[in-house]
Each structure stands twice: as structure tokens, then as C-alpha cells.
Design a protein around this ligand. Structure first.
Ligand SMILES: [Fe+2]
Length: 353
């Protein structure tokens, strides 16, 4: 039977590849971000409103020295995960992440789906010597060369069938379209009702989304072993509850264990923790739940704080369900505040053995 030999969790923001000297340039984008969901109430605010509401100590804490120290912490943590993967040399890597307006749109948005085509094309992010630092970071974080990432189709199909037998209504995907695009709305509460922000993406060639391509580029160095990409939709209105994500992870693990193969499997959660507004409280609750295997805590994480990109915490909750028999032996948490509005991210890296 197949064996899960190691688990990894990683954030995947462009900040993790961007030089710390360019973090403030990247942060300029926050002023136009309509998805600034803020703790503790999970309401959307404008950037200016958030500056008003945020403790001035946050602004005082933003210094080049701190950025440099945090950058070093992040790079060292990613190196640890990369080295772990190289040492363990799993035959297959099962990666749980979410599509963010990349291949999936509101023409059809499955809560859980799995891709089991022979390969997954990786379309590089364009960057050259004249590109700015952010474009460079996108390419060097999420993919800079065209690849056909191999997929472990046998395990993929086995997982789909096992999940269906276990009453999880798993969607599946066997190929991707040469061009994809569409509309996605983000629907979040504000002080005065709901805000709906619709983002249109024109049809364009797109391959492996960033949640998975980050793993291929930064942890596998463009030399990927076969993967099984699992898509969890983490955005309203059909995002799974944390309880469902946890149970999904538990059943996913049973599926892998029941696979009639002697292959060694690595399971990875990609995304999170809180962003685009840092929410240290939800991050620390999540980390406590992960470290102490506190199932109740993970299943009852306050859902109104799991929106915008903080919603990716669900990928970690699913991994926790899949890795119940393992312990976290490495965890780095780097909450980076990049503006006086408290925007940034709770960048987190972990290993279960
Ligand atoms: Fe993401």
C-alpha cells in the first residue's frame, strides 16, 4: 500500500520571492485592493479606512531592517522545505491548493476537484531584464519556463473514486482548455451591507495555477516529480466549512493509504495564512490547532475571518486532517506588515513527519 512519508505546508505569495527592498513597491497595490477583509469582524474596508483603524504601532514597525530579517527567515524556511523534499524524494506529491481567478470562473466553480490529465502544462509568467521587480518575482516564484508537469493519473483516479465512495462529491478535470477566462465576484460584508466586486479575466492561455506552480518552481526547482493537484474552492458562496475541509483531508488520507501501490507520497498544503490584511489572531489559532492537533479548534475556526486570501487557511486545515498521525517538527511563522493599513501576510512554513 502507498505510504505518506512527509507533509509540508507553505505560503506562496509573490513577497516570498521578491527582494525585501521591493516590498514597499509591491505594497502600493494594496491601495487599490478591493479585498481588504479586516479582523476581527471580517468586514471589507478601503485602504484609507484601514489606515484610520490600524494601531499606529504597525506603521512604526515597518523598517528596512525588519524587512531584511523577515526576508532571511522566509528564505531559510523555504530552503528547509526544499531540502526536505530533495532528501525524502517522494514518488508522488499530492498538493492541496486553490485557484484564484486562473482556470476556474463562475461559469462553474466546484468546491473540491482533482485534475488527472497525463500532464499539467505550466505557462511561464512573462519577465525579462526590463520587467519590474514584481513581474520578476512572479516569474521566479510561480514559473519561468514552460513545463509539462507530470501527473500521477492512477492515484488521481483512485482518489476521485475513493472520495465518491466516501460520500464526497468530487469534481474532476481531465484536460484544460487552450484558453481560459471569465468572471469572478467576491462578495464580502461591509459596515453597510455586502460589497460585490467582479473581476473579469480575458481568455488567455493559462496552465498550472500559482498555488501549485509555486511548489514546482520554488520547492522542486523546475524538476517536478509527478503531482496530484487537488483544488479546494476557498471563496464564497460555496467554500467548504473548516470542518468539511478537515474531514476531506481525513478521507483523502484514507484514499492514499488504500492505493494499491508501493509508492511514497508527500502531501502539501499551499497558501495562507492570513492575507491581504494580517490577522495574527487567526494565524496563531490555526498554528495552535496544527501543532497541538486540536481538531475542535481547527474545525471551528471563525469562518467570517476566513475570507479574501485568508480563506486559504482551509488548505492547511485539510492537510491537518490528512496528517493526523504525524507531528509538526518544523514551523516558521513570519507575520509581515507592509503598510500602515496592516496589509501584508502571515507567511507560514511547516513540515509534518
Ligand atoms: Fe494564493
Amino acid at each position: 500500500m502507498a505510504e505518506v512519508v512527509v507533509g509540508l505546508g507553505t505560503s506562496h505569495s509573490p513577497m516570498l520571492t521578491l527582494d525585501h527592498k521591493d516590498w514597499l513597491t509591491y505594497a502600493e497595490g494594496d491601495k487599490r485592493n478591493p479585498e481588504l477583509v479586516a479582523p476581527p469582524d471580517g468586514l471589507v474596508f478601503s485602504y484609507e479606512e484601514l489606515v484610520e483603524r490600524t494601531d499606529p504601532a504597525v506603521a512604526q514597525g515597518i523598517t528596512p531592517e525588519k524587512f531584511e530579517a523577515q526576508h532571511n527567515q522566509i528564505q531559510s524556511a523555504i530552503k528547509t522545505l526544499k531540502e526536505t523534499l530533495a532528501e525524502v524524494e517522494p514518488d508522488v506529491t499530492v498538493i492541496i491548493s486553490d485557484d484564484q481567478d486562473e482556470l476556474l470562473f463562475e461559469d462553474l466553480m466546484p468546491a473540491f476537484s482533482l485534475y488527472w490529465g497525463e500532464t499539467f502544462p505550466l505557462v511561464p509568467y512573462p519577465a525579462n531584464d526590463d520587467s519590474g521587480p514584481v513581474a520578476w518575482a512572479l516569474a521566479n516564484g510561480w514559473g519561468d519556463v514552460p513545463l509539462d508537469v507530470p501527473v500521477e493519473t492512477e492515484l488521481g483516479r483512485h482518489i476521485i473514486e475513493y472520495m465518491i465512495e466516501s460520500e464526497f462529491d468530487m469534481a474532476h478535470s481531465k484536460y484544460i482548455r487552450p484558453q481560459s477566462g471569465g468572471a469572478i465576484a467576491r462578495r464580502y460584508p461591509t459596515l453597510n451591507g455586502e460589497s460585490t466586486y467582479v473581476r473579469m479575466t480575458e481568455d488567455r492561455p493559462f496552465g498550472l495555477p500559482h498555488g501549485w506552480s509555486f511548489i514546482v518552481k520554488r520547492l522542486m526547482d523546475n524538476a517536478p516529480m509527478p503531482i496530484v493537484p487537488i483544488f479546494q474552492n476557498v471563496y464564497p458562496p460555496n467554500q467548504p466549512t473548516p470542518r468539511r475541509s478537515y474531514a476531506f483531508g481525513q478521507t483523502l488520507r484514507k484514499a492514499i493509504d488504500a492505493w494499491d501501490s508501493d509508492k511514497r507520497v508527500c502531501l502539501i498544503a499551499s497558501g495562507g495564512l492570513s492575507h491581504f490584511v494580517v490577522d495574527e489572531e487567526i494565524d496563531r489559532m490555526t498554528i495552535k490547532g496544527l501543532k497541538e492537533k486540536d481538531v475542535d479548534l481547527l474545525c471551528n475556526l471563525p469562518r467570517h475571518r476566513l475570507n479574501s486570501a485568508s480563506s486559504e487557511i482551509r488548505n492547511w486545515v485539510a492537510a491537518a486532517g490528512a496528517l493526523e498521525d504525524k507531528d509538526i517538527d518544523f514551523l516558521e511563522y513570519v507575520p509581515v506588515y507592509r503598510t500602515p493599513a496592516g496589509t501584508g501576510g502571515g507567511w507560514t512554513f511547516a513540515r509534518w513527519t
